[in-house]
Design a protein around this ligand. Structure first.
Ligand code: ASN
Length: 323
């Protein structure tokens, strides 16, 4: 049998609803422990309670702790796969962080739940069982960090939370899922072509994320003059365009050596240097803004946090963001 390590970090999957108040909060005993006998039919299971945090409380520090635990356990205990249970609000950020940093090719699967443990139709135990199945499958080796919920297998790079409460919330708008999980087994229908890896030891930078809107001006840049930060990601309009009143603010950040990464606020497609008008992607690129290849804002922020640990050369950052 394969050896699968389960790392619990909290989230709704480890919570319970108070029937009197309706409030959902962490449970004293992790309700997922009741699944252990079912999981033992699939693999030899090792469990660690790493955190008991709702995922809005997770930061890149906790993400780095998870990377370190996984790298160490792979070396010392010869495990064959890892499953991480996590709150769904920031699940895609932790999954993508681990995709870029974890040093092994064993399957690493991140899962969660939309309904807490004592709610009707609770999806946690089922998602955990599906995730262990995927982590124990040979086909999952070398595919990067995977996100498994609601019978679907997604890449950490493409998946995003699309609905506040529906159990089918995790979708990959650009490319669809990589595969499905059924009672009969795990089946992949696509395979990712590229993997990136950054073996970072620290995560100390401060990267901000802004969303652009019609009529946005330079007010936010004036406010930003008083704070110190290392990088900025902007969810720009369409193919990477911005309102003209933002241009001077961006130019002065780039002159101060602060990398500015552009992604699109659209769900699909890449940003590019197509438009030559004031604030268009072409002008912003010529000014030194970095164009990103299809990541959403929160994932581009994770990638900039990680890559800034390895370089602050803007040409190199541009190369890395085109991967
Ligand atoms: N479904 C969930 O897990 C949402 C919860 N607020 C969390 O992210 O911790």
């Amino acid at each position: 049998m394969k050896k699968i390590l389960i790392l619990h970090t909290g989230g709704t999957i480890a919570m319970k609803e108070d029937k009197a108040t309706g409030a959902v909060a962490p449970d004293k005993e992790n309700p997922l422990h009741s699944t252990t006998s079912e999981l033992s039919k699939i693999a030899t299971i090792y469990v660690e309670e790493v955190f008991q945090l709702p995922s809005p409380h997770i930061t890149p520090i906790e993400m780095l702790i998870l990377k370190d635990i996984i790298d160490k356990k792979v070396q010392e205990d010869n495990i064959d796969g890892v499953v991480i249970t996590h709150g769904t609000d920031t699940l895609e950020e932790t999954a993508y962080f681990l995709d870029l940093t974890a040093q092994s090719t064993i399957p690493i699967v991140v899962t969660g739940a939309m309904r807490s443990s004592n709610e009707l139709g609770s999806d946690g135990p089922y998602n955990l069982i599906s995730s262990v199945r995927v982590a124990a499958s040979d086909a999952a080796i070398g595919k990067g960090v995977l996100v498994v919920l609601n019978d679907e297998i997604h890449t950490a790079k493409n998946v995003t939370k699309t609905h506040t409460s529906n159990i089918a919330t995790f979708q990959s708008p650009q490319y669809g899922p990589l595969g499905i999980v059924t009672k009969r087994g795990v089946s992949f229908h696509h395979t990712p072509l590229l993997r990136e890896s950054y073996d970072i030891q620290t995560i100390n930078k401060n990267v901000l994320l802004l969303k652009a809107y019609a009529g946005m001006d330079d007010l936010i840049f004036k406010a930003m003059e008083t704070v110190s930060f290392d990088g900025l990601v902007i969810e720009a309009l369409g193919q990477g365009n911005l309102p003209p009143k933002m241009v001077n603010g961006i130019e002065s950040l780039i002159k101060r050596g602060i990398p500015v990464v552009l992604v699109s606020r659209c769900f699909n497609g890449f940003v590019s240097d197509t438009y030559g008008y004031k604030g268009g992607g072409k002008q912003l690129k010529e000014m030194g803004a970095i164009l990103s290849n299809g990541l959403n804002g929160q994932k581009a922020r994770i990638k900039l946090l990680i890559t800034l640990e390895t370089t602050n050369d803007s040409t190199r950052l541009q190369e890395l963001f085109l991967r």
